[in-house]
Design a protein around this ligand. Structure first.
Ligand code: PDD
Length: 292
């Protein structure tokens, strides 16, 4: 089946879909994005992703490419045309195409919108069952990681380093030795007394939509949760660890660098969180494409 992408008002064969050579997303990474999970044909936490998109754009003084409702229709349409039942829809907005110059283009230049979708990005059954490893790296990113910018070079380098080391993800570490987050995931540990710990929101990390859902679900299930920074040393000594994201859900971590976590097998609290999140995606997390 041939794939279809949406680019600036048109649905095109994926192989032919392209932005302008002077698109500011291409030349300056002057753009933002969202990745939304599709489960059984329905978008998970679409409202939360749309709210975060609007915030990222606002923080960068960039316009919405279209109002929220038609944007939701485009997302639904790209998912439908690609026959995605379980997968992701990706959307990217840039400040548009204009002759290369650092200041913003004139207001008459419209933002660019690109939407793609694809099936099957969930972690494999063996990753979920056996857990995965992470390596730690210095966090080399800019000071506004709360904005979901397409400027992902440090994330790309760190993720490749993880891959080279035989790990699944890299945990980025600030100057004081505290874990900020993964390259495309939020970072969690479970302390020896069973408390879930994840870094509080701020400019240092992305406000993960999955992180937010996991916090709520864990609290509702009576688990103790603390939003506070944790060090690499604390993580290495933790009872359990996991990562959360749209694509990874709540994936167990069983190794941090050379330290084995949870005897090398996913821990029971992580399993509980995984199950809670699975239930959420099969239930209240699955939203309608068009709200109201
Ligand atoms: N990444 N932290 C970073 C740096 C991320 O890029 C992401 C998402 C997350 C988790 O956020 P959420 O739960 O809203 O997916 C945390 C997406 C999936 C990506 O870049 O592919």
């Amino acid at each position: 089946m041939s794939r279809v992408a949406y680019v600036n008002g048109r649905y095109l064969p994926h192989a032919e879909a392209a932005v302008h050579v002077e698109d500011r997303g291409l030349q300056f990474a002057d753009g933002v994005y969202e990745v939304i999970a599709i489960v059984n044909g329905r978008p998970i936490d679409l409202g939360g992703h749309m709210t975060r998109l609007a915030r990222s754009l606002r923080e960068l003084r960039m316009a919405m490419p279209m109002p929220a409702r038609p944007l939701r229709i485009v997302l639904r349409e790209v998912v439908r045309r690609n026959r995605v039942r379980n997968g992701i829809v990706y959307l990217q907005v840039s400040r548009g195409a204009y002759k290369r110059d650092h200041p913003f283009p004139p207001p008459s230049v419209l933002p660019s919108l690109v939407v793609t979708a694809r099936s099957g990005v969930a972690p494999s059954a063996s990753m979920v069952e056996n857990g995965v490893g992470v390596v730690t790296v210095a966090d080399q990113r800019w000071a506004r990681r709360d904005i979901k910018s397409v400027s992902l070079l440090p994330n790309v380098l760190a993720k490749q380093h993880a891959k080279d080391m035989g790990a699944y993800e890299a945990w980025q570490v600030d100057r004081d030795g505290f874990v900020t987050e993964g390259t495309s995931t939020n970072a969690w540990i479970v302390t020896q007394d069973g408390t879930l710990v994840t870094r509080p929101l701020g400019h240092d990390i992305l406000a993960g939509i999955t992180r937010d859902a996991v916090l709520r679900l864990a609290r509702e299930a009576g688990l103790t949760v603390e939003e506070r920074p944790f060090t690499v040393d604390e993580a290495r000594a933790a009872r359990e660890a996991f990562i959360s994201s749209t694509t990874a859900a709540a994936l167990p971590i069983v190794r941090i660098d050379d330290a084995v976590i949870a005897n090398g097998v996913p821990g029971s609290i992580t399993r509980q969180v995984w199950d809670l999140y699975e239930g959420y995606m099969a239930g209240p997390g699955a939203e309608d494409w068009i709200d109201g």
